[in-house]
Write a protein that binds this ligand. Structure first.
Ligand code: ATP
Ligand code: MG
Length: 540
């Protein structure tokens, strides 16, 4: 059953017997790292491969040598693998430069392309507008022989960069600007990351792309809506180059997320200006950033499925992505206790230490249990004790009681203050008040997390927040909306020692706080990254 309009097309094509096999491709330009928008395109293309038992190629659209690099090629491959997708063929548009060149000569021979000596600026100025036709180039009627000689000369390096281009000869008064004799080849002396210095001319994306698709026998070439106006040119190229059973292009709406930058060009600016630490900074909307932060690949794929495939552009609330991450981690992440702002609690009637067994994840009994020690000195969070509690405060107060998560009920005895700040609380614990004990039924409203003092581990928490602030008072530019507090570092938090027994990279729920990744073990100290808070603001 088709779940979106692209699958509808595919299922119709299958029913009509149009294709032996469905082939898609994911075509990134290696000019930056992949971001969450690319994940959507990946899910669509690889989703079709899986659903219709077809193929999906990875094709690097590398026609802009000055912007591209192997660093990006490598990172793109790593990110796709991380999402769990396997491509069939790994291709480069530049692998087809020779064939692409032959097709250009073919067009020249058919009288459908000409070498033009106008400058880029002159071409732009003679292109016309949406309401006015363009002006024909004075070079438009060069003979086939002259065009062939000049084009071969372009390839051979007879002309300086930018002095000549090859243009498709279509229609300068077409209502579609892309059809007004678009440039299909340019002279450019630039080192190419994949072909080295072999080429002095490079095809334009609009020419190379349909040819790459056709050579790979792609059946459904799926791209984002801004290419809708390029479709007539796409079809013109495959038709006039003479491909049989040519591929067809289908467009879907880009993924846009509120307050989230989704353009490699601007993400690159963030990296170069040092606003973030790199493409994989945990605040970045890149797949490598999300991986580093601790977002599970599955959660990202669930998010793409939740958003769906649409024909109209829209903006998604970042809460939807956070919801998917939280939803996934709620099922998979083990629970641990951490106090961010430790407040010492002395339990007067406790001596020695005992082991308490706690469930790793109540949603997943098979995840087992681990032990925490309970002794005379523990820490609770400063926010869980109040001398002058606000209304509806169900935690520890003078004269009150609170339950320690997974353990006993505590009863307030006294507290110390210094300069108006509480520095220590003394309590008694109620014996047999743990789960299953005879006093377990005593009514206490609040439950707080705690950490045993004698074996607590030290934590540094990197808390990440949105890189961009909301648009406000007409300020839309990214540069003016950078959140100065997108990273808050909390030192001096304490956690249970079980955390340190785990591997770096493991994700946890810090109870009553949020989901964190154990990022780095630095001797006795642990560095953890906030993945997402506990509170869900996504309203279905
Ligand atoms: P950017 O502007 O970030 O460079 P792009 O569209 O130029 O993005 P490409 O590397 O050309 O990036 O994209 C590879 C594929 O991913 C294309 O098919 C493109 O349509 C798709 N894609 C890019 N951004 C998004 C997005 N935000 N939502 C969905 N698909 C996207
Ligand atoms: Mg691009």
């Amino acid at each position: 059953m088709a779940t979106n309009f692209i699958e509808n097309v595919i299922e119709n094509d299958i029913a009509e017997g149009k294709h032996k096999e469905i082939i898609t491709r994911f075509p990134p330009e290696p000019n930056g790292y992949l971001h969450i928008g690319h994940a959507k395109s990946l899910c669509i293309n690889f989703g079709i491969k899986a659903k219709y038992n077809g193929k999906c190629n990875l094709r690097f659209d590398d026609t802009n040598p000055t912007k591209e690099d192997v660093e990006y090629v490598d990172s793109i491959k790593e990110d796709i693998k991380w999402l769990g997708f396997e491509w069939d063929n790994e291709c480069f548009a530049s692998d087809y430069f020779e064939e692409t060149y032959e097709y250009a000569e073919k067009l020249i021979k058919k009288g459908l392309a000409y070498v033009c000596d106008l400058s880029a600026e002159e071409i732009r100025l003679t292109r016309g507008t949406l309401t006015e036709p363009g002006k024909e180039s004075p070079y438009r009627n060069r003979s086939v022989e002259e065009n062939l000689e000049l084009f071969r000369g372009m390839r051979a390096g007879l002309y300086p960069d930018g002095s000549k281009v090859l243009r498709a000869k279509i229609d300068m008064s077409s209502s579609n600007l892309n059809m007004r004799d678009p440039v299909i080849y340019r002279v450019l002396r630039a080192h190419h990351h994949h072909t080295g210095d072999k080429w002095l001319i490079y095809p334009m994306y609009d020419f190379a792309h349909p040819i790459g698709d056709a050579i790979e026998k792609v059946t459904h070439s799926i791209c984002t809506l801004e290419f809708e106006d390029h479709r007539p040119l796409y079809d013109w190229v495959t038709e006039n180059c003479g491909f049989e059973n040519p591929p067809h292009q289908y467009e879907f709406a880009r993924l846009n997320i509120k307050n989230t930058i989704m353009s490699k060009r601007y993400l690159k600016k963030l990296v170069e200006s040092g606003i973030v630490e790199g493409w994989d900074d945990p605040r970045m909307p890149t797949l490598s950033g999300m991986r580093k932060r601790g977002y599970p690949a599955e959660a990202i794929k669930n998010f793409c499925a939740t958003v769906g495939v649409a024909k109209a552009n829209s903006e998604v609330d970042p809460a939807v992505l956070e919801h998917c991450v939280r939803d996934y981690l709620n099922e998979k992440a083990n629970r641990v206790m951490v106090v961010e702002n430790p407040l010492k609690v002395i339990i007067e009637n406790m001596s020695g230490e005992e082991d308490i067994e706690v469930e790793n994840n109540p949603n997943m009994p098979e995840s087992g249990t681990h032990k925490v020690k309970f002794g005379r000195e523990i820490y609770i969070d400063k926010t869980d004790f109040a001398v002058n509690p606000p209304p509806k405060y169900h935690r520890l107060v003078p004269g009150g009681m609170v339950r320690l998560k997974g353990a006993y009920i505590l009863k307030y005895v006294s507290h110390k203050e210094e300069n108006g700040e509480v520095t220590e609380v003394r309590c008694e614990y109620i014996e047999d008040s743990a789960k299953g004990g005879v006093n377990a039924g005593i009514k206490v409203k609040g439950v707080v997390q705690w950490v045993n003092a004698s074996d607590a581990v030290k934590l540094t928490l990197n808390k990440y927040y949105s890189l961009l602030l909301d648009e406000k008072d007409g300020v839309k530019e990214f540069d003016e909306r950078i959140n100065p507090e997108s990273l808050v570092v909390v030192k001096g938090a304490l956690g249970e020692p079980y955390l340190a027994e785990n591997e770096e990279g493991e994700q946890f729920q810090f109870m009553r706080s949020g989901y964190y990744k154990l990022a780095e073990k630095r001797g006795k100290d642990l560095l953890c990254y906030l993945i997402v808070g506990l509170k869900d603001t996504f309203n279905r």
